[in-house]
Design a protein around this ligand. Sequence first.
Ligand code: PDD
Length: 287
Amino acid sequence: MSRTVYVNGDYLPEGEAKISIFDRGFLMADGVYEVTTVIEGKLIDFDGHFVRLQRSLDELGIDNPMDRDTWLEVHRQLVTQNAVDQGMIYLQVTRGAPGDRDFVFPDPETTKPTVVLFTQSNPALVDSPKARKGIKVVTIDDLRWGRRDIKTVQLLYPSMGKMIAIKQGADDAWMVQDGEVTEGTSNNAYIIKDGRIITRALSNDILHGITRAAVLRFAQEAQMPVEERSFTVEEAMQADEAFVTSASTFVMPVVEIDGAALGAGVPGPLALRLREIYIDESRKAAI
Ligand code: PDD
């Protein structure tokens, strides 16, 4: 069935949606995005994603084309028109299409940002077979640029990382800088040792995950100690448990790193407990 998508103010069948070949998102990866999860037709952490979108746009000097309530209205329209029960909404804002290719940014008075949103349904989001089994990760060098805190659409290296993992029979890659894990290709990375949850502190080295913020808050409320600090691959391999977080996977247990099983090689109890708390609390707060 054809989806209804949103392009620059219009709701259109996906086959009729068009953007310019001069769009700087297409030519230069000059754009940012957000992924917001939908459970039971409601949006998880909409405001967290809106605030991060604003920050990404500010960092790149792109005007936000819509206010919070208009963004919310577009999200809700798409959920309704596409009858999304579980899944996600992808949004992208680029610096627009100046009509020529030029490294210099166009004048924002004459070139307006391009806005695209679409939905993706995924009925297995909450009751995920992957979460029951856990995922395997391999480690790779982190070869991305230095502003990973901005959620840009430059996703070629993370995409290559995922393919390296799949070729090795794993599910995902953890990226490593100076011997320490930064994050997963599309998620934040955590280990658990002696009941303590350890995850890299926020900086320009990682994306400031919206799920990360929620999970650390819920962990503290559940009296689970949290350490925001870097960890090495060696430390990760000696951990009791590991997991990743993202809007589209919630809390996903990791059971193997570079071919070595973690603990018993099955999802750990604390990771599973955090997944349950995250899903319950997010459901309650969804709008
Ligand atoms: N990825 N780190 C990276 C590099 C990411 O791409 C993502 C999200 C995260 C987790 O952020 P959040 O909890 O706000 O989803 C961390 C999204 C889901 C994606 O690209 O599909």
